[in-house]
Design a binder for this molecule. Sequence first.
Ligand code: FCB
Length: 447
Amino acid sequence: MDRIQFPKNFVWGTATAAYQIEGAYDEDGRGMSIWDTFAHTPGKTYNGHTGDVACDSYHRLDEDIALLKELGVRAYRFSIAWPRILPEGRGDVNEKGLEYYHKLVNRLLVNDIEPYCTLYHWDLPQKLQELGGWNSRETVDAFVEYAEAVFGSLGNKIGKWFTINEPWCVSFLSHYLGEHAPGLRDFQLALNVSHHVLLAHGRVVKRFRERGLAGEIGIVPNVEWFEPYSAKEQDVEACARRNGHFNQWFLDPVLKGRYPGYMLQWYEKLGYTVPIQQGDMDEISQPIDFLGINYYSGGVGKHAEQANLLKFEPVDTGFSKTDIYWNIFPEGFYRVLSWIDREYGKIPIYITENGACFYGEFDGERNRDAQRIDYLKKHMIQLHRSIESGVNIRGYFVWSLMDNFEWAYGYSKPFGLVHVDFDTLNRTKKDSYYWYKKFIRQGWLQV
Ligand code: FCB
């Protein structure tokens, strides 16, 4: 048996997002977001589930912070709900909204848990959607306004900031595939959104520096890894395109100041263009302090003439799957991190999300989720391989602290280390919670 030892100062944490856990959707002056609208639209989420109550973390802060404390994490990644701060998207600041996050951050700090704060985890104020949402450049200005309000109030208490969570989801999943709010299906629109979201990121980084805040700031792209099914040039190219569309499209502008040329050409050939204005790429590529990386899955892919706009198709080569049907591909975690290292150098990286949906077995007392433990363990081994290979990784956050509102899947897809009963809102620690707790305390894994 081997013992895998992690660096002493490595940051272990867990992650959540506002709309997925807070509830209290209409309290203390919170405005509506595109997720309120989407979830309340029949047919958009599993069984019409909404985040109205979610885990009710808004009212159960103490209980949730006690869970973090006992777990022994050094850091907690959460997001701020824009519509709590600026209910109309811009304009008047809602002090009550800021108070809630002060309370949260203060309690984290007194418990020696470092706050890692995401500014945008998908809850765009509905008012802004009505003015064009992320398809409009005005929303970029609105995001800067919102970030300024947050920096002005919480800027000295929080040391780690993330601008945008998963820009691929914000643009393509939400505006082309239509699966997430606002549920649109228009590729040109999605491309516009991708550009505006990146611009919003860059401008906020710029403002952060101009304010001279002491903390650090970065962005959180989600990445995946696809291996070509065969060595045929067509399959290799199809996977490169998938990588270009999913990973590089967001990493290149931020870290190299340009979109990948072959993807720009591919989209242009199909009649789509990116609304780049003069100076945009400089703004987008403001130096950042770290990258947040979310990794869940990947697989094997090939060229398929009729498949879709990318002429790319995944092939099921027999991967085991989680209960949300995502391939379990720990090796892909190592490969994508190695690729990031080769392509973008030694920028510090935090794995801001990794985790798995498994139902587990709950006997009323104990929640047995051996498959989640297995998933986490396998990914931590690949994390360790990456660190040993020289990838500059500083921390790792399990998604998620507790079962929560899994977007379009509602409450049907649990990712938590803690089980939440959505009738009673009772929290029960799962086996994986105790496993992670023990692991954090010892700092090594037995494999
Ligand atoms: C990511 C999201 C996060 C959660 C996990 C399972 O795409 O950032 O909010 O839903 O997936």
